[in-house]
Design a protein around this ligand. Sequence first.
Ligand code: UD1
Length: 333
Amino acid sequence: MFLHIVGARPNFPKVKPLMEEMRKNGMYQKLLHTGQHYDYLMSKVFFSELDIPVPDFHLDGYLGKTHAEQTGNIMIELEQVFQSLEPKGVIVYGDINSTLSAALSATKLHIPVIHIEAGCRSFDRMMPEEVNRVLVDHISDYLFCTDSYSVKNLINEGITENVYLSGNLMIDTLKTLSIDDEPNENVLLTLHRPSNVDDEDKLFKILDDIDSLEEQVIFPTHPRVRKIINDKKFNNIKIVEPMSYKEFTTNLNNCKYAITDSGGVQCEASVLNTPLITLRDSTEHMDTVEFGTNTLCLDSTEIKNIKLKNSDYSPEIWDGNSAKRIVEVLKSI
Ligand code: UD1
């Protein structure tokens, strides 16, 4: 039995196509949700909208506030689950704290770790996700990469065995959605990285700069940001609840351009040919900057001066068949 571990919003559109393909191939699998994201709009809505099976296991204890508490508590709980289930392999997604917890607990029990989205590197160790990525890759037994840059990153770190260029599961899901094409003049905004939102002065400076843009800005707010901005009023920024996957990608497809600090949005914007400004000084998706619609911007005062890029760049391997390629390999384990 293979056990999938998910915990936070970006994991959900990735687990969906892989579970579906494994089911079609008659593979025995179970799904565990760590509870890292627990709000309805951050988690459950994705399961119902994307028709992801209800998790077989759900950790719902208090996970803690700090990274160490969250990572450690999830590890301890997962160790017990792994010991009783003895899965043939544990499948972990991306770079969130739950991914690291699961990979560590599994590897110490000598259970093979299968890492989806291996080899992504921003080379910025200040990002908690970068630390998670590096650690998980080095203890994984099977590594599935979304693009050739990721494969090269792994080779540069001496990881060459069981590395597969499989494509992007999130794009598999994106391609199955029927997204309305109704362009508007809005700007879509997402912000949640600690480096942008944890310092209140910095967050308000970014929001003030964005509020002074000409366009109406739609800002689905992550709960951690919502708590900080509270009832602050803006002229052009419209604060809305977190969106479901379909609602978000529809908005991303139709907006004039988007501003983000997310990872996945960089790939989605390039595939949808939506100009994107990423408020970070580094990215784990450098190809979207070199060939796609993405522009990095560290200083939010510069947003209004950026020349927006259109490009229909999408790597050939992002063809909607990533799950099929991964399953072919899993069948041989
Ligand atoms: C996590 C991931 C990040 C991913 C993001 C997607 C890590 C290190 N980071 O960041 O890579 O891009 O998810 O959203 O794992 N909160 C709620 N309700 C929720 C979830 C979170 O209120 O459903 C609040 C809590 O106060 C929590 C805080 O947000 O302490 C941060 O949540 P956490 O899961 O630690 O990290 P994210 O910022 O969501």
